[in-house]
Ligand binder design. Sequence first.
Ligand code: GLU
Length: 364
Amino acid sequence: MGKRIVVKVGSGVLSGGGDGLDAAVLRRLAGEIARARAAGDEILVVSSGAILAGRERLKLKGRPSVQLKQAAAAVGQSRLMRAWEAAFARPRITVAQVLLSGDDLHHRERYLNARNTLLTLLRLGVVPIVNENDTVAVEEIKFGDNDGLSALVAGLVDANLLVLLTDQDGLYTDDPRSNPEARLIPEVRAGAEPARTGKAGPWGTGGMESKVRAARQAAEGGVLAVVANGAKAGTLSAVLAGDGVGTRFVPEEKPLAKRRQWLAFASHPKGRIVVDAGAREALTAKGRSLLASGVKGLSGSFEAGDVVGLVEGGAEFARGLTNVSARDLERIKGLKTSQIEAVLGHKPADEVVQHRDNLAVLKK
Ligand code: GLU
């Protein structure tokens, strides 16, 4: 059986070290993708490079402002797609442009719509080329970088493998550009401490740190993630053949269920509920639900059914769907379940957040 694979390609790879998109690099990657498809795999590409291409066209120099990056992305996105179309022309593969913003995936309905569209494209034999919709993505709603986006896409389509192609060989024990002693780490187990990392170039946003975060997020969702050097010919084929190139992030044996993945990684909390240490312990270690008695305070205006962040000791440790609105919770916080009806005049669900389906504990 073929695998479903998300391949994320960063700007540093697509530029081939130059100022704009390097058509030869795109052709080479398209060729490797075509071979994987011929072997029965399904491939989705998450491609950066819009800002890079726009920047070249507009002849921009230096460190860009956010607005300038967005403008460059708008100019560059069509050039990026044209370059991918051209690269896939030879193997006769149809591509599709899919632009997503963080906000699209914060809404569960749009998240599911995006999933359906991507799966339909795969069924049609098309290679989706996904990028962030930079025009509308202001700071607060941004994925931040395409690394995070690629992990979300991998979860969204139930991928088996996420390949993060960058311009370094993988994750090192230290930044190899400044420390010649730095060694490549071949494998990271779920839950292991991340190593030291390098910073992003001026026109990409990710850097190694965001690759590690994305790879671990994928691994928590049960997806094997590999960070490898896309600037070297044959890397993608070697990763797909399981040749042990790059750094592998071994997935959790018991991955988070889909709904919890969405809660943990894609949802956007409408407010926060502050709980006491006992409630936190019950939620994280004992698999219990959140009761009103464990609630110390709250902020934000949320309705029943909204996503909230659960906070203790100043840190958010879980996300869940609340059964109780902020207005009602303000009146019943700290109360025993038996006292609630008398105060509200009606009784909402016994649990403020139900553990089994509606809560995702966040990893540090
Ligand atoms: N969306 C940006 C672009 O296409 C890339 C963001 C990133 O560097 O990850 O240029």
